[in-house]
Design a protein around this ligand. Structure first.
Ligand code: PLP
Length: 381
């Protein structure tokens, strides 16, 4: 954990990413789901944490697979020299699958069209493409519709016999709606697996669960679980369960330093539109992060930060580059450390607290931290 005592002068703004926490979280989750194996999901720049360092840390702690949304994200990991099994599942309709096949990137398949395009690309590259067929079991996003599944698995078996493709996996994704609906998705997935096997497919891995299912629905673990948010030490449930309750440690601490302090009189309005006015003499601290840095404007007047040993309320509108905190009569000075979120065991707000303040979730808070915020890695890359 980074505190003011770590550095004489806290930085203007930074996101501290503790790779030891990534390793601990992956170890804890991998042990909890064993003998199922673990895929670390590092899409969207590892939820804002930095894809390459997080991927390396996760692999060193026992994750055997990596998962991303886009092929471009997968290629960037390969460019960085990461050779682990790697799955990409969200494709541009006109995607050129050749480079991914050439770099041993496994491809999720959500339609007959994608299956044919991947097979054609494999033929031109002169390789066998490794695919994971995705069944839509009820999330209604991507995945093959159940009515088309028998056709897709039959065609996949033909293409596998022709060595155009290897069906390495079968997968789906849960809506995490209710135990009943998760159970219905689980049953739909099991039926899809039976149909695929009847068509002659023998996939190495069947996978359904992300962090939430991996933790709360053991029957959904199958051969592999796809762990995203848990690796970052943020609970997936949105029901008040904390990271510590799950044996996880938040990875990102977002901090900065107080850019200015001013004394104001009662009645003084603060920030655009004067949505807040002081009802007493008080001190305001200026925090140099704003919505350009991913601090949600929606959390204006609702978020809290940690300064000098206490949580302090955001007052007035959060602006592009900055916002204002009411620090009362406490002796806060320009240059003091401000922690926007980190490990709540330290007293600081959590990413989920900011999610609540913005009618959102911790996932969105960390993922949207902007490019202007430098990432600093603890725990060695
Ligand atoms: C993002 C994603 C995951 C990871 O989900 P978490 O809730 O972050 O663990 C798993 N599978 C798929 C298909 C995803 O898109």
């Amino acid at each position: 954990m980074t505190t003011a005592s770590d550095a004489a002068a806290p930085p203007f703004r930074e996101a501290v990413v503790d790779l030891d926490a990534v390793r601990e979280n992956i170890r804890a989750l991998a042990a909890a789901v064993a003998p199922a194996r673990t895929m670390a999901v590092v899409k969207a720049n590892a939820y804002g944490h930095g894809a390459v360092p997080v991927a390396r840390a996760a692999l060193s702690a026992g994750a055997e697979w990596l998962g991303v949304a886009d092929i471009a994200e997968a290629l960037a990991l390969r460019e960085a020299g990461i050779g682990a099994p790697l799955l990409a599942w969200l494709h541009d309709p006109g995607a050129d699958f050749g480079p991914a096949i050439a770099r041993d990137i496994d491809l999720g398949v959500s339609s007959r069209e994608q299956l044919e395009a991947i097979s054609d690309a494999a033929a031109s590259v002169g390789r066998t493409a490794r695919v994971h067929l995705k069944l839509d079991t009820g999330l209604s996003r991507s995945g093959v519709a159940p009515g088309h599944w028998p056709d897709v698995v039959a065609r996949a078996a033909e293409l596998e016999a022709a060595e155009r493709i290897l069906v390495r996996g079968l997968f789906s994704h849960l809506a995490n709606t209710s135990p009943e609906e998760d159970a219905a998705q689980l049953a739909a997935f099991e039926l899809g697996v039976v149909q695929a096997e009847a068509a002659g497919l023998r996939p190495e891995v069947r996978h359904l669960a992300s962090t939430a299912g991996a933790l709360r629905l053991p029957a959904a673990r199958f051969d592999l679980v796809r762990i995203g948010i848990g690796a970052y030490g943020i609970p997936p449930f949105g029901d008040g369960t904390t990271a510590a309750d799950l044996g996880l440690r938040p990875v990102m601490t977002l901090r900065g330093r107080v850019a200015a302090v001013r004394r104001i009189e009662p009645g003084t309005g603060v920030s655009y539109g004067h949505t807040w006015r002081a009802d007493r003499p008080t001190n305001l601290a200026l925090v140099p992060l704003g919505y350009a840095d991913g601090i949600p404007r929606q959390a204006s007047g609702r978020g809290e930060v940690w300064i000098a040993g206490a949580r302090r309320p955001v007052v007035g509108r959060i602006a592009m580059d900055q916002f204002v905190v009411d620090v009362g009569d406490d002796p806060i000075e320009t240059g003091d450390e401000v922690v926007l979120f980190g490990d709540p065991l330290t007293g600081a707000p959590s990413a989920d607290d900011w999610g609540d303040a913005a009618d959102s979730i911790g996932y969105e808070i960390v993922t949207r931290i902007g490019a202007r915020v430098p990432r600093r890695y603890l725990g060695g890359e």
